[in-house]
Design a protein around this ligand. Structure first.
Ligand SMILES: [Fe+2]
Length: 202
């Protein structure tokens, strides 16, 4: 399966604070493709699509840095539906008041060959996308080195740990993990560290 990786830069805003961030965006498939996240800047993402058919734009969660290019991106790549889990609608509305995503993610839903795994904790509607074989797109739920940040509004450390245990760490060890920021990892590299994460509390 072809995967194109785009990195875009911008500002993550929550709780009245701002952070400069680099985001990973994934264009998944040969043709057609699914786009995982719509961060900051539609143009380089549309360039990576390169005229292929886009069946869906899937947002791993509703934080502004993962969704802020979604309407412009949809318009640039032929108008595919934008998907978000409904439990993150309040975050969507912080960026796009008065509008809604086109469709809802739910656990087990199949989108363009990827299966949705609802993995709340970083945010209530956080989701990962699994290809059923060797690849996971983990959003801000699982990074190289541990779980995503749960120190801010709408996050829960206990919940993200439960998501790890029930949804992610039982996937095949060789599964490659493509996160929403930073470097790839594998399930096999991360799963042995669960007890350390619980002990340190992040
Ligand atoms: Fe996030």
């Amino acid at each position: 399966m072809r995967i194109d990786h785009v990195v875009t830069s911008g500002v993550f805003t929550l709780d009245g604070q701002e952070w400069e961030v680099d985001n990973n965006v994934w264009v998944v498939g040969d043709d057609p493709v699914v786009i995982v996240d719509a961060a900051h800047d539609a143009a380089p993402i549309a360039a990576a699509v390169g005229g292929r058919t886009v069946t869906a734009i899937v947002l791993t969660h509703g934080h502004n840095d993962h969704i802020n290019a979604a309407p412009a991106l949809a318009e640039a790549v032929g108008g595919p539906p934008v998907y978000l889990h409904p439990d993150d609608l309040m975050l969507w509305h912080q960026v796009f008041p008065g509008s809604n995503p086109d469709r809802w993610l739910e656990d087990g839903l199949a989108v363009g060959g990827l299966t949705v795994l609802h993995t709340p904790g970083h945010s209530p509607g956080g989701c990962c996308l699994w290809d059923g074989a060797g690849t996971l797109f983990s959003g801000d739920t699982l990074f190289r080195g541990g779980p995503g940040n749960t120190s801010r509004t709408f996050s829960s450390f206990a919940t993200i740990i439960e998501s790890m245990q029930t949804q992610l760490l039982g996937l095949p060890a060789q599964t490659v993990v493509h996160p929403g920021h930073g470097d790839d990892t594998t399930i096999g590299d991360e799963a042995p560290h669960l007890d350390e994460w619980v002990a340190r509390g992040y």
